[in-house]
Design a protein around this ligand. Structure first.
Ligand SMILES: NC(=O)c1ccc[n+]([C@@H]2O[C@H](COP(=O)([O-])OP(=O)(O)OC[C@H]3O[C@@H](n4cnc5c(N)ncnc54)[C@H](OP(=O)(O)O)[C@@H]3O)[C@@H](O)[C@H]2O)c1
Length: 397
């Protein structure tokens, strides 16, 4: 299905990008070309060291800025799939450098869309964040604009075989600047700064984020915001898990921070669908038949007052599960605490959460649907570009 296809990953040297590229190389060696697009030559040089050219001839490194539309367009020549992960993502940095955040996160999104349209790309998945739902800081606000640009882009693709969708998720466990590495550092001082003891957050692992993006890629009809069902944790449980015995110092909530994060607001509920392990916020403009979408995927509409927030979540990580996840995901065992017996990641996961098996199932299904009978746009997509040189994802090539 991905044979000889070209994939471009903006932000390919970041945490997500590196894991995504590794996963695609492992699971889809038949891919023709993977282009890593980012600014910093050092990060590209370091990444290149892990992938000797003779072993990975399909990898290409492009220095470029998403703010530079012409460069993006050049990089997308012959590309079929774009994963847009490049962003400025630190809340304080965006707050203090608002013009920079707007240029990268909003103008950059517009450039990705225009370059994709001009280069016969067939699918674009853009990464978003829970901070984009009812945003209170500029980072979230710029990502909300970006989400809206990608969803609306489906309205002006014309007859092109091109779809845009968004994947939205919460804190990536252990990512740079996030709470777990911060507490792990602070435990050596025996005092843990807690902003507010009521604070809760969603938690996702990097691999689960990558799996969700892969799934969106194969599953999308265009215009969806995919939201995984993931567990929450209490900030106090994180402190207990990684810094047992330390004193807590209550420092108060910081500017631009929420007590709880939301991924789907009550105002989104009217167009939100629930599936076994994820939600989909459908586009507000009817670009496809929602009833058909639900029927074929065995989904249901959410209640009008539904919202998906880290404090009202039904799936919670216990102190033990957080500790196990830190050991398995970050390779750090907390001293003075007897490790529990979990030996692999599956034991720290909630049964509802995305699995590789689920995705494999999807791929089989997508392959089985090679004529895309379910989707009038899909049928048009497939027939319009199903040529030997360029076949759309999902046609079983
Ligand atoms: N980490 C999380 O907890 C989390 C949670 C939810 C959503 N997300 C979203 O997931 C995506 C990936 O996050 P991440 O954790 O992988 O971030 P990251 O580790 O900070 O990586 C960001 C990547 O984007 C590149 N980049 C930044 N500005 C750029 C520009 N103007 N032009 C081209 N490339 C640029 C960076 O490389 P250069 O600096 O070399 O350009 C780097 O490769 C982001 O969209 C983020 O909003 C992250």
């Amino acid at each position: 299905m991905l044979k000889d296809k070209g994939i471009l990953v903006t932000g390919g040297t970041g945490s997500f990008g590196k894991r995504f590229v590794q996963t695609m190389l492992d699971s889809h060696p038949e891919i023709g070309r993977i282009v890593i697009y980012s600014r910093d030559e050092l990060k590209q040089f370091q990444m290149r060291q892990s992938y000797p050219e003779h072993e990975y001839p399909q990898l290409r490194f492009f220095i470029g800025d998403v703010r530079d539309g012409a460069r993006l367009s050049r990089a997308m020549e012959g590309i079929d799939i774009v994963i847009h992960a490049a962003a400025l993502k630190q809340v304080p940095a965006c707050e203090y450098n608002p013009f920079e955040a707007i240029k990268t996160n909003i103008m950059g999104a517009q450039n990705v869309i225009e370059a994709a349209i001009d280069n016969n790309v067939t699918r674009v998945v853009a990464l978003s964040t829970d901070k984009a739902a009812a945003p209170i800081n500029l980072y979230g606000a710029t990502k909300l604009c970006s989400d809206k640009l990608f969803v609306a882009a489906n309205n002006f693709v014309g007859q092109r075989a091109l779809r845009f969708s968004v994947v939205r998720y919460g804190n990536v466990m252990g990512s740079r600047g996030s709470v777990i590495p911060f507490f792990l550092d602070k435990r050596h001082e025996h005092v843990i700064p807690i902003t507010d003891t009521r604070m809760t957050r969603f938690n996702i692992t990097l691999d689960e984020g990558v799996q969700l993006v892969q799934r969106a890629l194969f599953d999308m009809w265009g215009g969806e915001i995919f939201v995984p069902k993931i567990p929450s944790y209490r900030i106090t449980d994180v402190a207990e898990a990684v810094a047992p015995g330390c004193r807590w110092e209550i420092v108060g909530i910081r500017p631009g921070e929420k007590l709880h994060e939301e991924m789907i607001t009550a105002t989104d509920a009217i167009r939100t669908f629930e599936f076994d392990d994820h939600y989909v916020i459908a586009p507000s403009v009817d670009i496809w038949d929602a009833d058909q979408y639900l029927r074929e995927r065995n989904g249901q509409r959410c209640a009008d007052n539904f919202h998906y927030s880290s404090d009202t979540n039904t799936d919670w990580m216990t102190v033990d599960q957080i500790r196990q996840a830190v050991r398995i995901q970050l390779g750090i065992t907390i001293e003075g605490v007897t490790p529990t017996t979990a030996t692999d990641e599956t034991e720290t996961r909630s049964p509802r959460r995305l699995t590789i098996e689920a995705i494999r199932g999807d791929l089989t299904r997508v392959n089985g649907e090679k004529n895309s009978h379910h989707d009038p746009r899909g049928r048009q997509l497939l027939s319009s570009i199903n040529t030997p040189e360029r076949q759309v994802v999902g046609n079983g090539a």
